[in-house]
Each structure stands twice: as structure tokens, then as C-alpha cells.
Write a protein that binds this ligand. Structure first.
Ligand code: AHG
Ligand code: MN
Ligand code: MN
Ligand code: MN
Length: 347
């Protein structure tokens, strides 16, 4: 019989990665990249928690390619991620919300993975000390890319972009870290979704949410209704039906909106419901970026039994044509996303 469980056994992210390797669902090189990302998230968690007393709130004084004024912590978190991925020696190409173009990593020793990330999501919340997060996805290098032609920069860049622009269905791993009342690292390597809560006394992410499954439905919706008048009629009819009870629950929903995809997503994953960032009259494809926000989060939700949709198709089937391409995102309980799609397909 199994030895008695020691009360001092600590099931950490490192332990979990090792067991996934032993199960054959994860190769050692990928485990190394995931460990380096977890280290970056620990560093960002400490920076975010102390932003107000280390002069890290406010603007960096520059804008990113998205036209967003970068917060100081957008820039610093990006640096933290890039440093950690370079140090892992397994990263070939990096794409970030805060980098105009993909970055090829010379220090690659092996593995050569493509890592896409949003280093600080919901950064408008930083100065108010409200939930933020980091989001990441990991791809294998795409086979149609020849090895970079060192003395042909155009060819090199072309290869980098080809490596990065892969559909979410090709993701090997995806995850996020929530910086809130708890610091929670959530990931999938294609074998279910696992959550690890940071124990600052030990300095480790400890398994707290094994095999996460989203509830089949849930009466909580997270949309920025400030944009209601700019939405399509079908979407407005959908939102109206949540509020007046004329929906498949026969009751009205509760509205929750944190302004941080990671925060709203994590609550949706645990409690059920739906998060949406629709396209509108001003931005037909909405605000969220396919590569490092919508695709990784859709993979996680699907692995937890939920759905990620653009309103008309599965997010994971959309192949990016550009690194910072935006798509509308509706993600959450399967019954809630199906119900929403029944309105969007009417348009
Ligand atoms: P980021 O801070 O990485 O640019 O992403 C912010 C995103 C997402 O986290 C959040 O749900 C959404 O923007 C909030 O946008 P609005 O303020 O327009 O609602
Ligand atoms: Mn941003
Ligand atoms: Mn974001
Ligand atoms: Mn961001």
C-alpha cells in the first residue's frame, strides 16, 4: 500500500511539471520554458504588489504599436519576460504585446520554442492596485520555416513572423498568472487545466486547483457595456435578454467587469458565465489580440470544457495574418457561448 502521506508534502508546479514529463505529456525542454515563465511571473507579482512604493505606477512615456500609452510596468514586465525566456536557452522566437515585431533569440541552446505573451494584461488597473495578469502561449517552431538566414535580415524577419503566426490549435501549452488577492498560475499542456497558488513564504506555486472544469452554464456576464450603443443589433438583443430574463435560464444575470481579461476570465472559469469583448462600429474586430490573448485563453477554456468563439467561429481555428491582429472574443461556459452565438449568427 502507498506510504502514509506526509503532512509536509508540498505539491509544487515543479513537482507537477516533473510528473507530466514522467506521464509523457510534456517534454523536458518545454518544462524548462514553463519554469522560466513561472519565475518571470513571480518577479512581476512582486513588482506589481509594490508598484505604489517603488515609483512603478504611471506612464512610461511611450506608446506601443497598438497605440496604447505604455505603463511603466508594461515595459518592465515585458523586459522580465524576455530576460527569463532568453535565460531558459530553449526559446527561439518571442512575440509580445509590447514588441512591435517578433524577436529572434540568439541564446537558444535547444528546444527553439516560439513564445507569445501579454506581459501585463489589464494594465489600466495597475495604479489603482486592482487585478492584472500575464498571459502566454507556446508553439513549436513552424516547419515551413527554414533556419534563419543570418545575413539576410528581411528573410530572418519573415521567418520570425511565419514562426509566430500559427493558429491556436497548434499551441503546445498556454497559461496565465493572475495578480490579485491571490497570485494564481493557471496552465494547460493539452491534458486538462491546473491552477497553482503562490505561497510567498516558501516562494513556490503550490497546486490548489487540480483539473479545473468550467460550469456548463452560469448567470454572470462580463462585457464593457459602455460600448453597448456601438454593438451590432444581434449583440444588443443578446445583452437585453440577459437583463430582462428572456434567456434560456428564464432569469436575469449578474454583471461583473474587472477591466482585466485575466481577472474576468479566472472568475468565469471558476464560477461559470461568459466574458466578451465584441467588435463594434469603431473597431470591427474589437480590442483583444488573437495571438497572445484570445488564442491562449480559448485553449485554456476549451481544456476546461468551455468554449472560445469570435461570435461566428472557434478562436483556435483562426490563423493570424499579423502579429497584433485583433478578433472579437466570447469565452466561458459552453451553454453561454452557444447562446451568444445564436444571436451573432443572426447578423
Ligand atoms: P492590456 O492591458 O493588456 O492592453 O489588455 C486590456 C484588455 C483586457 O485585459 C481587458 O478586459 C480589456 O482590455 C479592457 O478594455 P476596456 O477598458 O476597453 O473595457
Ligand atoms: Mn496594453
Ligand atoms: Mn491584455
Ligand atoms: Mn498587456
Amino acid at each position: 500500500s502507498a506510504p502514509p502521506k506526509s503532512q509536509y508534502e508540498l505539491y509544487t508546479l515543479t513537482t507537477w511539471l516533473l510528473k507530466e514529463e514522467m506521464k509523457g505529456t510534456l517534454d523536458g525542454e518545454l518544462a524548462t520554458v514553463l519554469s522560466s515563465i513561472a519565475t518571470a511571473c513571480k518577479q512581476i507579482a512582486s513588482l506589481v504588489t509594490r508598484a505604489g512604493i517603488s515609483n512603478l505606477t504611471g506612464l512610461a512615456g511611450a506608446a506601443n504599436i497598438q497605440g496604447e500609452d505604455q505603463k511603466k510596468l508594461d515595459v518592465i514586465s515585458n523586459e522580465v519576460f524576455c530576460n527569463a525566456l532568453r535565460a531558459s536557452g530553449r526559446t527561439g522566437v518571442i512575440a509580445s504585446e509590447e514588441e512591435d515585431l517578433p524577436v529572434s533569440v540568439e541564446e537558444t541552446y535547444s528546444g527553439n520554442y516560439v513564445v507569445v505573451f501579454d506581459p501585463l494584461d489589464g494594465s489600466s488597473n495597475i495604479d489603482a492596485g486592482i487585478s492584472t495578469g500575464s498571459i502566454f502561449g507556446i508553439y513549436a517552431p513552424s516547419e515551413e520555416c527554414s533556419v534563419g538566414d543570418m545575413d539576410n535580415p528581411e528573410k530572418m524577419m519573415e521567418n520570425c513572423i511565419l514562426n509566430v503566426c500559427q493558429p491556436g490549435s497548434s499551441l503546445l501549452a498556454a497559461g496565465y498568472c493572475l495578480y490579485s488577492s491571490s497570485t494564481v498560475f493557471v496552465l494547460t499542456v493539452g491534458d486538462g487545466v491546473y491552477g497553482f497558488t503562490y505561497d510567498s513564504i516558501v516562494g513556490e506555486f503550490v497546486l490548489s486547483h487540480p483539473n479545473m472544469k468550467v460550469p456548463d452554464s452560469g448567470k454572470i456576464y462580463a462585457f464593457n457595456e459602455g460600448n453597448y450603443c456601438a454593438w451590432d443589433q444581434g449583440l444588443r438583443d443578446y445583452i437585453d435578454s440577459l437583463k430582462d430574463g428572456s434567456n434560456f435560464h428564464g432569469q436575469n444575470y449578474t454583471a461583473r467587469y474587472i477591466g482585466s481579461l485575466v481577472g474576468d476570465f479566472h472568475r468565469t472559469l471558476l464560477y461559470g458565465g461568459i466574458y466578451g469583448y465584441p467588435g463594434d462600429k469603431k473597431n470591427a474586430n474589437g480590442k483583444l489580440r488573437l495571438l497572445y490573448e484570445c488564442a491562449p485563453m480559448s485553449l485554456i477554456m476549451e481544456q476546461a470544457g468551455g468554449k472560445g468563439s469570435t461570435g461566428t467561429q472557434r478562436v483556435l481555428e483562426v490563423c493570424p495574418e499579423a502579429v497584433h491582429q485583433r478578433v472579437p472574443l466570447f469565452v466561458g461556459s459552453p451553454k453561454e457561448v452557444d447562446y451568444l452565438e445564436s444571436f451573432c449568427k443572426k447578423d
